[in-house]
Design a protein around this ligand. Structure first.
Ligand code: BTN
Length: 271
């Protein structure tokens, strides 16, 4: 991947730091944030040795097979609004995949990007006292994955056979995000993207189960929908505050926020 200075044309980008190898670009970005790095610093790595996913999971990040990047922001907003930034990045990735690769991907609320019912990319947003780090990992040219995710993960190459221009995709993601983020900070709610988000939402109208955050259950020890007595809901999309609306069999709607739960479905990759 060739990073070039045109990234500085994007209003939100003020600094670009590229690593050949990093433990995790989120971890690097946090360290730079604590040392005073400016709002709009973008960290990219060609590989990660300890790539992180949500809920303590890892993110497989082999050399030059994916895009691994984190953006440091210093927004002046309450903690409750910050999780919505993840949803904005998801929309930016969907737009960018369409614009620069002609790929129509979907979103698994709140932070996974899905292509053909498999996970193509993930977003990990982490907040500190005066900063937010948005980490994005996209599987680009991978032809195989670690055993634990080989049934559920995919890459652009595996799905389309294309060798894409990675820089064009990176540029397009942050260009879209910049526009969405500037609008969001002036509001700050996400009503202006709910329709677009819900159109891309793979869970929309489908049966979903709300899984409480519980470190003892993971892909090696998953929830069992029947034996764990989970309630079935119909997914009705996100609301203007980014909560996911889930309707039970009696019509009662529960709104869940991304910090609390993950979703499990009945089809494909947890869909
Ligand atoms: C997830 O799948 O739950 C989120 C994955 C996020 C991966 C990206 S790669 C760049 C950044 N650095 C990390 O360690 N994680 C994020």
């Amino acid at each position: 991947m060739k990073i070039n200075s045109s990234l500085f044309n994007i209003p939100i980008i003020n600094n670009v730091i590229e690593f050949d190898s990093a433990d995790s670009t989120n971890t690097r970005a946090k360290e730079f944030a604590r040392r005073g790095s400016v709002d709009g610093s973008l960290f990219l790595a060609h590989r990660q040795t300890a790539g992180k996913g949500r809920m303590g999971r890892s993110f497989s990040s082999p050399m030059d097979e994916g895009i691994y990047m984190s953006l440091l922001l210093r927004p002046d907003m309450s903690f409750s609004h910050i999780s919505n930034i993840t949803l904005l990045v998801a929309v930016a990735i969907i737009r960018a995949l369409k614009k620069s690769c002609n790929i129509t991907a979907e979103i698994k609320w709140p932070n996974d990007i899905i292509l053909n019912e498999k996970k193509l990319a993930g977003i990990l947003t982490e907040a500190g006292q005066d900063y937010v780090i948005i980490g994005t990992g996209i599987n680009v040219s991978n032809t195989c994955f670690p055993e634990s995710i080989q049934e559920t993960a995919t890459s652009i190459f595996l799905e389309t056979g294309m060798e894409i221009n990675e820089f064009a995709l990176i540029y397009s993601i942050w260009e879209s995000f910049s526009e969405l983020y500037n609008k969001f900070v002036s509001l700050p709610n996400i009503e202006f993207i709910t329709e677009e988000y819900n159109k891309a939402l793979v869970n929309y109208g489908r049966e979903v189960y709300i899984i409480p955050y519980n470190v003892s259950k993971d892909s090696a020890n998953p929830y069992d929908i029947a034996s764990d007595n989970l309630t079935a809901y119909t997914c009705c999309g996100i609301d203007k505050n980014g909560g996911l609306l889930c309707k039970d069999a009696t019509g009662i709607i529960t709104t869940v926020s991304s910090g609390e739960v993950s979703l499990r479905g009945t089809k494909g990759y947890s869909i």
